[in-house]
Design a protein around this ligand. Sequence first.
Ligand SMILES: Nc1ncnc2c1ncn2[C@@H]1O[C@H](COP(=O)(O)OP(=O)(O)O)[C@@H](O)[C@H]1O
Ligand SMILES: [Mg+2]
Length: 314
Amino acid sequence: MKLAILSRNGKLYSTRRLVEAARAAGHTVRVLDPLRCYMRIGDDGFAMRYKGRAIDGYGAVIPRIGASITRYGCAVLRQFELMGSHTPNPAAAIARARDKLACHQLLAAQGIGLPATVFGDNPDDTSDLLALLGPPPHVVKLNEGTQGAGVMLTEKLSASRGVVEALRGLYANFLVQEFVAEAEGADLRCFVVGDRVVAAMRRQAAAGDFRSNLHRGGTATAVEARADEQAVAVRAAQAVGLGVAGVDLIRSRRGPLLLEVNASPGLEGIEEATGIDIARNIVEHVVNGAESCGSPGAPAASRRRRRRPPLTGI
Ligand SMILES: Nc1ncnc2c1ncn2[C@@H]1O[C@H](COP(=O)(O)OP(=O)(O)O)[C@@H](O)[C@H]1O
Ligand SMILES: [Mg+2]
């Protein structure tokens, strides 16, 4: 099958591993920089091009779209979907995953446990909003932050109020959560592919920090997630609509609580910690999905009347 990996940089560990796994399984694979994909859309059909050549015939697309290019990257991915390519993570699901508040609303409605969370707009409501949450410490998060940047711990009510006021002043979207102290700076990353957790790691924050992100100096250890944790991780990924997801859970006294569903989880830390070939799992899942949904490999819509014939296809 002809596969595309949408990634800004073919040298990144995750992208390289996916290319290797696809080639090892006998597939043709190209890394396409989403910012170099451009398109013509009309009621007479679609055409997408890459560096002057037509993009055509991809049976499946594996998106690795960074948070800084979510909007354009999702537009490109959506176009692949409209042209008949299968993807484990559709554009709509990636956009949903990038909005922490939207995810929490959706997952709480499904009965998935999460730290109590509040959000509000008007400064006049801040006191009541924080009272609704309960006493500090609180965790204030930028709604679209990643890799632990934009996640702050406020130990006093005056600090929570101050941070909330500062973020409002910057027109930033944020949410405020109860601080799950008993986690002691650890969380559980469950790597979901399809309907199972293929690997899990416990991440421990560096001394003096409460954020366990590897980008913040956290350390990873392979663990077997418990059955209830695996079930929550798979349900959360499915509720958001992702076939490949990094689901972060925090272990609390009242069971696993969901922190985040990551639509473009890194492979490096978790493959190193667990020794599991996650890239192979992803490629197999994607190819099976494309085959079972009858992805033509040759985009149907673009085969309709096209005004300008493509030059050489890629
Ligand atoms: N409510 C919370 N209680 C305790 N620790 C938290 C809480 N929320 C986040 N953390 C810690 O901060 C880290 C980053 O938070 P997260 O919501 O996943 O943001 P990001 O998208 O930046 O990774 C988590 O992995 C966890 O270690
Ligand atoms: Mg996270």
